[in-house]
Design a protein around this ligand. Structure first.
Ligand SMILES: C[S@@+](CC[C@H](N)C(=O)[O-])C[C@H]1O[C@@H](n2cnc3c(N)ncnc32)[C@H](O)[C@@H]1O
Length: 205
């Protein structure tokens, strides 16, 4: 898949200053890994795939070490895995999702984004898929909070939010032996580009 620079595109338009202030944080600043690398427990991907249909081609645009991509591949999806930092998995060429894109991409986007840029990632992802295609983001449930995010959701409603009733884990630097559990409530937020209406909430575990 070819890449093209989006530097010249006004992907956030006049709303850029709003979006750049709105990232969600799942971790304290003290603990925060420099590029927000918190690997997702692969079971989170399995749980979503059991409920939601996706296009055969997926872009994991912040793939880390491939904890989500590997599950997708095992389920037969054609996955393009990119990241700002090459961590030994996916495309060795760094791709800044907030600046660059894949040429002629026609699939769905699935990731657990860097939390401090979560809203920008969602906005960018919705711009990167075609109408009717999906964007799935693994986010802290509290991403729903806040007046400005409310404004975003009113204009860009998720179609389905999949809540995890028992905690799934994200491990700093992919170290699941050190970070064995988490008290954070995560959910999969799924957008279908062009959807208008109110999101449905489902529980997936
Ligand atoms: C929370 S981790 C999740 C990793 C992987 N998606 C997973 O679920 O295991 C976020 C990832 O976003 C990457 N990242 C941060 N800023 C980025 C950017 N501007 N473009 C692409 N990737 C970025 C980090 O390097 C990190 O690997």
């Amino acid at each position: 898949m070819n890449r093209e620079s989006a530097e010249s595109k006004d992907w956030t338009g006049n709303q850029r200053t709003v979006y750049t202030t709105l990232g969600a944080s799942n971790h304290t600043d003290k603990e925060r890994q420099q590029h927000d690398y918190y690997a997702t427990e692969p079971r989170a991907m399995e749980l979503l795939l059991a409920e939601e249909q996706f296009a055969p081609v997926i872009w994991e645009c912040a793939c880390g070490e491939g904890h989500l991509s590997k599950v997708l591949e095992a389920h037969g999806f054609e996955v393009t895995s990119t990241d700002l930092i090459y961590r030994g998995f996916g495309d060795p060429e760094p791709l800044d999702f907030l600046k660059d894109t894949l040429e002629d991409f026609e699939g769905d986007i699935i990731t657990n984004p860097p939390y401090k840029y979560a809203l920008e990632f969602i906005q960018r992802a919705l711009e990167s898929v075609q109408t009717g295609r999906k964007v799935a983001m693994f986010l802290k449930l509290t991403f729903l909070e806040g007046k400005k995010r409310k404004e975003f959701f009113l204009y860009n409603p998720s179609k389905t939010i999949y809540m995890n009733s028992s905690c799934l884990n994200c491990a700093m630097n992919g170290d699941f032996e050190k970070y064995t559990s988490s008290a954070v409530a995560y959910a999969w937020f799924v957008w279908e580009k062009g959807f208008r209406g109110n999101p449905v909430i489902k529980w997936i575990n």
